[in-house]
Design a protein. Structure first.
Length: 305
């Protein structure tokens, strides 16, 4: 009878094999993760282009030519967030804004104007994925912008999409003006608001559509901070918080001409102008304002707001 001998791995051979596997993993895993990030960034930009194209089509059909659709219940919203998210998207959380409804309710997904234009309906529709960035998994807004506690504490660890129904803020930045001697019920001077960006503005009145932001990944908005300086001149800057797709403060934007691309927002990146262009917000190839076209009065707000 022939005897067969079995040879087992020695300890040294086993250690060498484990070391080789570890080296291969160290080489492969970063590349896989990088590919996933790049694919997510491409998908995000595709979403923004699709939404910007939808907004352009909406402006053609809208009697007021609004690029950023205005929600029909905007006049009843006591917070200055009309246009930020309720232009379109899925249902959000019921207690998103300190107990004030994002959805379900008056601003639920089936009531948002861009959805109707795109033929989207139903809170569970997969078609709403066009409003979701693949890297939007968590946005702790009060942590990123402590002076603006945006939504209820129970929602801090949720994605922006799950909170307000979209990963993308609309460019609805506005200025505030007190109106003396008129006062509200609390004895405070009444306030008026004006849009100096594309919100409430006809598409034909956007002077630089190729550089004017229409939509942005939400983490970009929470990077904005106001720096005060001497002589009443102020500067907006970036908090340096990373975007969803890059290690640094680089964010995806969709512009009023329909294209989308990422831009770096370095510290102190936007300056606030003076005189007739009080809110001249532009630099580095990105602008939020529509000057020299004059500001548009915020019609949804009544005289008491």
């Amino acid at each position: 009878m022939r005897r067969t001998e079995r040879k087992a791995f020695s300890l040294i051979e086993l250690l060498v094999a484990v070391a080789l596997i570890a080296v291969l993993a160290a080489l492969i895993v970063p590349g896989v993760l990088r590919s996933r990030r790049q694919a997510a960034a491409v998908q995000c930009l595709s979403n923004l282009r699709s939404l910007a194209a939808g907004c352009a089509g909406y402006a053609v059909d809208d009697p007021l030519e609004h690029l950023l659709p205005v929600h029909p219940t905007a006049h009843g919203n006591t917070r200055r967030d009309d246009g930020f998210y309720d232009y379109g998207g899925a249902d959000g959380a019921a207690n998103a804004f300190d107990g004030e409804l994002a959805a379900p309710g008056p601003r639920a997904g089936d009531t948002r104007p861009l959805n109707a234009h795109l033929g989207l309906s139903g809170p569970g529709s997969n078609a709403f994925e066009v409003y979701r960035c693949p890297r939007d998994t968590r946005l702790d807004a009060p942590m990123t912008y402590p002076s603006w506690p945006v939504w209820d504490a129970s929602l801090h660890k949720h994605s922006a999409f799950s909170v307000v129904g979209t990963s993308y803020w609309g460019n609805a930045v506005r200025s505030e003006e007190r109106v003396p001697p008129s006062k509200d019920a609390a004895g405070e001077p009444r306030k008026r608001y004006h849009s100096f960006g594309p919100f409430l503005r006809p598409a034909s009145r956007v002077p630089a559509p190729g550089s004017t932001v229409l939509l942005m990944e939400m983490s970009a908005l929470f990077n904005f901070v106001l720096f005060s300086s001497e002589g009443g001149f102020s500067r907006f800057g970036s908090l340096g918080i990373p975007g969803w797709h890059e290690a640094g403060p680089r964010f995806n934007f969709a512009f009023c001409d329909g294209h989308a691309e990422p831009f770096l927002l370095p510290a102190r990146w936007i300056s606030e102008g003076a005189g007739d262009e009080k809110h001249h917000l532009r630099e580095n190839g990105v602008r939020l304002d529509c000057y020299p076209d004059p500001p548009v009065p915020d019609a949804p707000f009544g005289p008491d707001r």
